[in-house]
Design a protein. Structure first.
Length: 231
């Protein structure tokens, strides 16, 4: 509501005509409404804020636990695919759905995954989250010899080299693979290795991993922007 100021001049003062009660009604109602809002109990406002914060926390918890999570690369074991300090987005939905339905989540050969591994016996403390590429799948026989990896299974009884035949071989050159070993993978096991084989601590060191160790699959490098990439 606006008020008309008094005008002074020639020693006279002009006032606006008095308002009728009917015109004052809406203004009085408005003022009463504002007073009611200002008199809302403090505890209601406090509970409202707390409810919003709890809802935001629960939403963030659900998203990070079951949907996706961000990571930062620490080390050079995945060069020249991933580099130190790269920021990654890891997708967890497939693993989450597998646990809900009681089915084992098995990624595709060539996928890059995040998983947990106990490195106590390898000069490090406890469990760490590692990023590696899936090379061997359940049922495969993985043979490493003379710097090469060969996979044998029912579909390839004569064997094949994943580092030369899978799509990732077109964009990166895998260096000499150190080791002389043979692994027959069980129904829940995967053989994982870093792309930078000479410095990567992977299944050649700690053996195959179990599917239930998987946290999620790499889907996006978000940083640096100049190297953003969908996997």
């Amino acid at each position: 509501m606006s008020l008309v100021p008094k005008q002074q001049g020639n020693n006279t003062v002009v006032d606006p005509p008095p308002q009728t009660p009917q015109l004052m009604g809406p203004a009085v109602v408005e003022a009463q409404s504002q007073n009611n809002r200002s008199e809302r109990p403090f505890w209601r406002e406090f509970l409202s804020v707390i409810s919003v914060l709890i809802a935001a926390f629960l939403l963030a918890f659900v998203l990070i636990t079951y949907v996706f999570q961000t990571y930062q690369v620490d080390g050079s074991s995945m060069q020249s695919t991933l580099y130190n300090n790269d920021r990654l987005i890891v997708w967890k939905v497939a693993r989450t759905w597998g646990r809900i339905t009681g089915h084992q989540y098995i990624p595709k050969r060539g996928d890059i995954i995040i998983f947990t591994e106990n490195l106590t016996n390898y000069g490090q403390v406890g469990y760490k989250q590692l990023v590696k590429r899936v090379v061997g799948l359940p049922g495969d026989t993985v043979v490493i010899n003379n710097g090469y990896v060969t996979i044998y299974n029912s579909a390839h009884p004569k064997g094949f080299d994943p580092d030369k035949t899978l799509p990732y071989s077109k964009s990166i050159k895998i260096p000499y693979t150190v080791g002389d070993m043979t692994y027959k993978l069980r129904s829940n096991q995967l053989f994982v290795m870093g792309d930078n084989r000479p410095v990567s601590e992977d299944s050649r060191s700690f053996g195959p991993i179990n599917a239930n160790q998987i946290i999620g699959q790499l889907v996006l490098r978000a940083w640096p922007f100049s190297k953003a990439q969908i996997f």
